[in-house]
Write a protein that binds this ligand. Sequence first.
Ligand code: HEM
Length: 196
Amino acid sequence: MSKTVQRWPLAFATMLALAAVAAGFLIGDDVVENWQLAARWTARVGAPIFLLTYSASSLVRLFPSSTTKALLRDRRWWGLGFAASHTIHLGALATYLMIGPESRTLASLIPGAVAYSMIYLMAATSNGYSMRRLGRNWKRLHSFGIHYIWLIYMAAYAGRILQPEKQVEGVIATTIFLAALGLRIAARKPRRVATA
Ligand code: HEM
């Protein structure tokens, strides 16, 4: 398969995030709301792209088919697509925070900043050369990073369960993210027990 065809998830995720920004501009009543909606919806379109990347290896193990195998084959490009769409989230949220009424403490930005560091570290090492150079550390980095990003999504959505006006989306999204973790646990290879 040609590299260009394999890269389609990157183009798809970028277009989806740009469409989310455009939708924010079409629907918001003023420039602050435009950027707030753009920040909200770029995070939202990133969620399914993230979940595909997060679940690819589990899906192929539990439900092997040509579709899940194609997903696993292109997982790198789905991951890079997530990095691209979340870069657009970063642009939208930075603009919103600069022009909007919300003020955030530096401490409240730390979990998100760490998530961005993980996203870019993972994107920069999503290639054969880095895999060979980092050896076992490559797997450690990517495994920690992807679960950390999962945790940030979970924190964002689980926090809504206690807010009556956002409870439904909180429950739905939290359930989906927990189900994705459940898939990873179900697909774990049993550890070999050493025998004497
Ligand atoms: C310092 C970094 C970050 C800041 C300051 C930030 C800020 C924001 C802002 C301003 C919104 C719109 C809130 C609203 O709807 O009024 C938002 C939405 C959101 N962000 Fe980010 N964000 C950051 C990083 C991240 C990361 C790394 C993730 C995920 C890995 C993430 C996930 C979300 C989610 C899930 C939403 C809600 C989307 C929805 O309404 O469905 N954010 N963020």
